[in-house]
Design a protein around this ligand. Structure first.
Ligand SMILES: C[S@@+](CC[C@H](N)C(=O)[O-])C[C@H]1O[C@@H](n2cnc3c(N)ncnc32)[C@H](O)[C@@H]1O
Length: 196
């Protein structure tokens, strides 16, 4: 049992990600090589979504259960191939050249001191025309006092994405109920594309 099990169970019941579908459309039209990375792949449902459309996916997570579920959920007659990497974001040395990098509710769990190194790897790995799609936690998030998580304002994100085309940036805040009480869920959804 991991602390993520309930999240993975829920992920396996949900439908395809509309945000990822939008990013795939943006990245896929002209991409000759269809290499994607899924950072913090969880149960592997977005890796599966990519592979269904013919993307080769490197799925990264530091949780063995996530890798096990990703392999199970991505085994089948998919057009793309799967490679997995069991690693902390903080220990990654480099990412493969990619046309699409997805990080669904994952980058906030990178420790603040390692975030820039991880983001630089994302920027470096993206091919011209390559697309990053993912979520960030906003600075008003209810967990914002937790020192091991990373939070960003819209301004921070725009600064990090200098030189990229921001095609989608949407900020939402909603009060959710958790077993520990109400929690402000402040999140930013982002799609950016590297210029050709
Ligand atoms: C909220 S889940 C999201 C999973 C999946 N992307 C989704 O949207 O269903 C976050 C995932 O990131 C992984 N994770 C958290 N911190 C990590 C770290 N420092 N390095 C690598 N993976 C990490 C967790 O194991 C978990 O699978």
């Amino acid at each position: 049992m991991t602390s993520w099990d309930a999240f993975y169970d829920e992920a396996e019941r949900r439908g395809p990600s509309l945000l990822l579908a939008r990013a795939m459309n943006l990245a896929g039209n002209k991409a000759a090589v269809r290499q994607a990375v899924d950072l913090g792949c969880g149960a592997g449902m977005e890796a599966q979504q990519l592979m269904l459309s013919g993307w080769d996916v490197l799925a990264v997570d530091n949780e063995p259960e996530a890798i096990t579920r990703t392999i199970a959920n991505c085994s089948g007659p998919y057009l793309g191939t799967l490679t997995t990497c069991l690693s902390d974001f903080e220990c990654l040395l480099a990412l493969p050249r990619s046309n699409l990098i997805h990080a669904g509710l994952a980058l906030p769990f990178c420790r603040p001191k390692s975030f820039k190194q991880l983001w630089d790897q994302v920027l470096h790995a993206l091919e011209p025309g390559g697309v990053f799609v993912g979520h960030f936690f906003g600075t008003q998030h209810g967990w914002s006092k937790l020192p091991h998580l990373t939070f960003h304002s819209e301004q921070d994100i725009r600064r990090m994405c200098k030189g990229l085309e921001v095609t989608h940036l949407r900020e939402t805040q909603i009060m959710t109920q958790t077993p520990n009480g109400p929690l402000n869920w402040h999140r930013l959804n982002l799609i950016v594309q590297k210029p050709y």
